[in-house]
Design a protein around this ligand. Sequence first.
Ligand SMILES: C[S@@+](CC[C@H](N)C(=O)[O-])C[C@H]1O[C@@H](n2cnc3c(N)ncnc32)[C@H](O)[C@@H]1O
Length: 140
Amino acid sequence: MLCAAAAERNKEPISSVLRDCIEPSRPLKALEISSGSGQHIVHFAQAFKNVTWQPSDVDVQSISSIQAYRNHLKLDNVKSAIHLDASQSWENWSGFEPDSLDIVINLNMIHISPIACTKGLFKGAGVILKPQGLLLTYGV
Ligand SMILES: C[S@@+](CC[C@H](N)C(=O)[O-])C[C@H]1O[C@@H](n2cnc3c(N)ncnc32)[C@H](O)[C@@H]1O
């Protein structure tokens, strides 16, 4: 279980912003792109129980860490972490269907990665999100 100090600090401030965006009762499906350690997604999963959260990352060590948090906390609304490379076209993102997700969230990837990742993120989210779906990004 990797632990990033910044993620520990900002997980609750980000959650409080999400409270303004995420409907609290309807079942929703969310994909996190570049989940990193997994600290954010398990925090969000506990705060938003009506959301099924799909973690992902391109990095094998991150995927292991996400799995470790998931196994430790036994959260039934967090799916098994998947390998997803944001720089690739959405067709290569583990079989997501067009118009199938309510939320795509991406924290702290855009500013540390090649522009192809940001382009892939926006293009992919534009396809796999439902018409009223939300793409939420954060980075400092
Ligand atoms: C600064 S970390 C942020 C991790 C986490 N979202 C957070 O805020 O703590 C950047 C993350 O972007 C991921 N990343 C880099 N290139 C990527 C790509 N092409 N596709 C998906 N994730 C990528 C890294 O593996 C890493 O987990």
